[in-house]
Design a protein around this ligand. Structure first.
Ligand code: ATP
Ligand code: LTN
Length: 334
């Protein structure tokens, strides 16, 4: 508990341009949760270098992501949005937790297997211990809840196991975090292959709607979205393309699939795709306007970065110091 509220932690990597999937599945929920919980949202740049990055691009993307968090509606005075690399406690706790995590556990992580297959020329130790750094992120803030997508559930389970193991040895040091699973229907699929999730690292730019796409691009991508050869707007598993467009439309408008089926009964795919495009454009417009505004306000963004790094450090340090004492590191002389 901080300020009488339960604590929430989540983070995103700045490894590409954010998509509508990241927005509907994560960012939008983060904003909705930020009144109820004491929130920490990291731009997890230390995780990003497990894959080789161009330094200037990483720096730029990390800043853009920070700005997008705010543009999407997070109030940085309330939710602590910060760069992971500015809070050195993450690296320090990760080291300690490495010594309480088994090779066997890490070898079972499917993300490690997937990413090492994809980057066979750079299977580094950081990629292997990625979940331990993620555990440190969560445990440093004594988070009660962690909103994550299905792909991160295995990492969260590992976090719980390591925290429990540590608590069994040293007493109640860490809060055991719970996953926070958002509403179903928030999983947005690729516009070009609706059996695959929309992903910021997809090589085909037509597969994803990016949060900063201009209205013409959004309309074009929606019109070109892959659908079946039928023409009825039905929310059916047999029609993954239309199913996905209905999910997108619902995520943008707050409507229910049955309502959408009725609304577009007998109107055909062409008209429906236009409506989806327009709904996305309308939803993203205020975000894009705020983003453009914030990009111009360097002093404000710099202030947020500095203040929140200090705020996050204060909380993180308390946990780190406690852990260091528990494992037997000598007290600091003051
Ligand atoms: P990458 O392509 O780099 O793996 P990604 O687009 O899949 O990235 P992540 O960085 O893994 O996104 O995830 C950031 C957050 O966005 C997570 O909480 C994840 O669950 C959510 N998310 C990502 N893609 C989608 C999607 N298509 N639908 C709903 N939520 C998503
Ligand atoms: N691994 C996550 C990003 C991430 C995270 C976290 C999410 C890093 N640390 C802590 C929740 C809590 C991802 O790739 N989506």
């Amino acid at each position: 508990m901080i300020n009488g509220k339960k604590v929430l932690f989540s983070g995103m990597q700045a490894t590409g341009n954010l998509t509508l999937g990241n927005y509907a599945g994560a960012l939008k929920n983060w904003v909705a949760l930020s009144d109820e919980y004491e929130c920490y949202y990291g731009v997890v740049d230390m995780h990003s270098i497990t894959i080789r990055q161009d330094p200037a691009t990483l720096r730029q993307r990390a800043r853009n992501l920070m700005i997008l968090y705010i543009a999407a509606g997070l109030d940085p005075e309330k939710a602590c949005i910060y760069y992971q690399s500015h809070v050195s406690a993450h690296a320090e706790l990760a080291w300690i937790l490495n010594c309480y995590t088994y090779m066997g556990e890490l070898s079972r992580m499917t993300q490690f297997k997937d990413k090492s297959a994809k980057h066979a020329d750079n299977i580094n130790a950081g990629l292997f211990t990625y979940p331990v750094l993620m555990a440190a992120d969560i445990l440093l803030y004594q988070a009660d809840v962690v909103p994550v997508g299905a792909d991160q559930m295995q990492h969260l389970e590992l976090t719980r196991d390591v925290a429990q193991r540590f608590n069994n040895i040293y007493g109640d040091v860490f809060t055991i975090p719970e996953a926070y699973i958002g509403k179903s229907g928030a999983r947005i699929m690729s516009l070009q292959d609706p059996t695959k999730k929309m992903s910021k690292s997809d090589e085909n730019p037509n597969a994803s709607i990016y949060l900063l796409d201009d209205p013409d691009t959004i309309m074009r991508k929606c019109k070109r979205a892959v659908t079946d050869s039928d023409s009825q707007v039905l929310y059916s598993e047999d029609k993954p393309g239309i199913h996905n467009l209905i999910d997108i439309y619902c995520a943008m408008t707050g409507k229910q699939p049955a309502e959408v089926e009725r609304e577009f009964d007998g109107r055909g795919y062409g008209e429906f795709k236009m409506a989806v495009g327009e709904a996305v454009v309308a939803q993203l417009k205020p975000l894009q306007e705020r983003y453009a505004q914030l990009q111009k306000d360097k002093a404000y963004i710099d202030g947020v970065i500095k203040n929140n790094a200090e705020r996050a450090s204060r909380t993180a340090m308390k946990t780190l110091r406690k852990v260091q004492r528990k494992v037997g590191f000598p007290d600091r002389i003051r």
